[in-house]
Ligand binder design. Structure first.
Ligand SMILES: N[C@@H](CCC(=O)N[C@@H](CS)C(=O)NCC(=O)O)C(=O)O
Length: 206
């Protein structure tokens, strides 16, 4: 059974809504925020290494990240509903707004949140994110999807490499993640792309 773990007043309300729009059966597990920090309680943080809402469970699967959850539910239970196919005239516009919501709009909104403290929250999330990547590769996976190189790898390289032209990132505590970056750096297409995109930029690749 699909279970939507909803953290009160959070982005997981999207997933509850999605399930209602699709009229699919699901269980709702509801958690309240910590009254002092207004963050997720430890029971919620224990669900997934991201420590963030939304999270779903479906049989043996535990999945976080709004977009991944929506894509999973729509692909598995949606019968093509609520998405547009590549031959639809509005396909590109659909993709743009779908990714814009979390890729661009939400980061801006989070920066505007009342009460400050966002830097500390983001610091904590960065640590969790790097630890989750390290744990993934410590399990022996070659790439993010597992054995297949995918666009997930292409999306993830920028924050771990080129972004370091703007931030200091010490990856020494993450040996498996660094080995992954070296694996990516060995790909001929990656090397050609770097030479074309920023031939003069020296960014650490491990
Ligand atoms: N990009 C993530 C962001 C998730 C996120 O920031 N969730 C917030 C709720 S809106 C959260 O879990 N806050 C509580 C916390 O960080 O402890 C997603 O869309 O799933």
């Amino acid at each position: 059974m699909l279970t939507v773990h909803h953290l009160g007043i959070s982005q997981s309300d999207r997933i509850v809504w999605l399930c209602e729009e699709l009229a699919i059966p699901f269980e709702l597990a509801r958690y309240d925020r910590d009254p002092v920090t207004r963050l997720a309680p430890s029971a919620y943080k224990a669900l997934h290494p991201s420590g963030t809402a939304p999270v779903i469970t479906d049989g043996a699967l535990t999945l976080a990240e709004s977009g991944a959850i929506i894509d999973y539910i729509v692909a598995r239970y949606g019968d093509g509903r609520l998405t547009l196919k590549a031959d639809h005239p509005d396909f590109a516009r659909f993709l743009y707004w779908y990714h814009f919501a979390n890729g661009s709009l939400m980061p801006c909104m989070m920066m505007l949140m009342d009460g400050g403290g966002m830097a500390a929250i983001m610091q904590d999330r960065a640590g969790r994110s790097l630890a989750a990547l390290e744990a993934h590769f410590a399990e022996g996976h070659q790439w993010l999807a597992g054995e297949d190189f995918t666009v997930a790898d292409i999306m993830t390289m920028f924050p771990l490499t080129t972004m370091r032209a703007f931030i200091t990132l010490d990856l020494s505590p993450y040996p498996n993640l660094r080995a992954y970056l070296r694996r990516v750096a060995e790909r001929p297409a990656f090397q050609i792309a770097r030479a074309k995109a920023d031939p003069d930029l020296q960014v650490p690749l491990d």
